[in-house]
Design a binder for this molecule. Structure first.
Ligand code: FES
Length: 105
């Protein structure tokens, strides 16, 4: 499936990722700017924060408590914020659009 990452300046990058990979891994494997993934995906750094496009956000499984807490501590969280390491690529999410925040820390 494809994932579209959009930078704060409006430029976009479409990457291909296997099912089961996280959006954070898909971003770091493809050198998408602004996604750090410092903790390696254990939901404890929030440097993989993304704003999911609204239409896509609704299709995702809900945030769990730990993710919720980490997002609260992220820079400038919004209603469609997710941690990239907690969202897994699926066929149904082909074409998902995720906006990269201006800053992660
Ligand atoms: Fe650290 Fe997602 S990579 S919280």
């Amino acid at each position: 499936p494809k994932i579209v990452f959009i930078q704060p300046d409006g430029s976009s990058q479409t990457v291909e990722a296997p099912v089961g990979q996280s959006l954070m891994e898909a971003a770091t494997n493809n050198f998408v700017r602004g996604i750090v993934g410092e903790c390696g995906g254990s939901c404890s750094c929030a440097t993989c924060h993304l704003y999911i496009d609204e239409a896509w956000y609704a299709k995702l499984p809900p945030r769990d408590e730990m993710e919720e807490a980490m997002i609260e501590g992220a820079i400038d969280p919004g209603p469609t914020s997710r941690l990239g390491c907690q969202v897994l690529v699926k066929d149904e999410l082909d074409g998902i659009v995720a906006h990269v925040p201006k800053a992660q820390f």
